[in-house]
Ligand binder design. Structure first.
Ligand code: PMP
Length: 313
């Protein structure tokens, strides 16, 4: 290959998963439909990892799946989302024929007054930290301001393990708060398609009316369970991302290549430099003025630095 290491366009984990993640997996259990006891066990682990009760956790197959479910479960509502944001919110609304009100972020990537106004009575979705802009959009006081007037506030915390900013503690006080989390990013289980939502029991019941009984495969439940029982690899991956991100940003800035860090596992660089990375065999996400590049480890990160050093020569 190494095709895997060149995939810097989907914010996937760039280091191999540790062998211990696959230890003790009972493959023979695949004969059975996903066992309720396994799901309950994982729900228990998630609830203590997150700091809520078990009935406030709903396990599902990817945040993308939760987005699809959200539009089905809350189909009578008006939806508001900032722009730019994670593209699936728009794509899925379009697919289901749901009207979605998109409100531009300010030039410095903040929520605008217009966003707060339009959120009144609506289901308002904030990706925090945002993708692709990479910054935190909501602190607790802004979330509370939205919760006061919105029908629901949905906070997508796909990158929580990198940002450490969470609205989960507000779930106890606000029954109109929904938080989405995933095992795809810091836990490196994107291919297992497993995520969860944190909310009150009534909202969880409302969502579960629209999904199948066996919604998450046995193997994915087992992998997520092992990940939470042995999270050291996740912490060291998060540390690696922070170190490499800051090193890369230092180098790019010194070389006068426009670059911005994020509270996730990616950086934004000047689009022209992104195109240069593509020409050198890296898959990155090209956007209007920027390119989004997943932070990676040596030797690929050194390769990127060498490309940068030769960029203007
Ligand atoms: N939300 C955000 C903000 C993302 O960036 C991504 C993946 N790029 C997802 C959700 C998708 O998560 P999952 O793999 O759990 O569907």
């Amino acid at each position: 290959m190494n095709n895997k290491s060149k995939r810097l366009h989907l914010n996937e984990m760039q280091v191999p998963l540790p062998d211990y993640l696959f230890e003790g997996i009972d493959f023979d259990a695949i004969r059975f439909y996903p066992l309720e006891s396994l799901e309950e066990e994982l729900r228990r682990l998630i609830s203590s990892y997150v700091g809520v009760t078990e009935d406030e956790v709903f396990i599902y197959s990817g945040i993308d799946g939760l987005i699809e479910l959200m539009y089905k479960a809350l189909h009578d509502s008006a939806f508001v989302v900032p722009k730019p944001s994670y593209y699936v919110y728009e794509q899925e609304a379009l697919r289901q024929g749901v009207h979605l009100n998109t409100i531009e972020l300010s030039h410095d990537y903040r929520l605008t007054e217009s966003f707060f106004k339009q959120s009144e009575g609506a289901v308002c979705v904030v990706v925090n930290p945002n993708n692709p802009t990479g910054n935190i959009l909501l602190q607790q006081n802004e979330a509370e301001r939205l919760l006061l007037n919105a029908q629901y506030l949905v906070v997508d915390e796909a990158y929580y393990e990198f940002s450490h900013v969470t609205m989960v503690p507000l779930v106890k006080e606000w029954d109109n708060l929904i938080v989405f989390r995933t095992f795809s990013k810091a836990f490196g289980l994107a291919g297992a398609r497993i995520s969860y939502m944190v909310s009150n029991q009534r909202t969880i019941e409302r969502f579960s009316r629209y999904c199948e009984i066996y919604r998450v495969p046995t193997l994915s439940l087992m992998l997520a369970k092992n990940a939470l029982l042995n999270p050291e690899y996740m912490y060291s991956y998060v540390d690696m991302v922070k170190t490499e991100m800051s090193h890369l940003l230092d180098v790019l800035t010194t070389l006068d290549i426009r670059a911005r860090g994020s509270d996730g596992n990616f950086i934004l660089v000047d689009r022209d430099f992104g195109e240069c990375l593509v020409a050198n065999g890296f898959n990155v996400r090209l956007m209007e003025n920027d390119a989004r590049v997943t932070v990676t480890a040596p030797p690929e990160s050194e390769e990127i630095i060498n490309i940068a050093k030769n960029y203007r020569r």
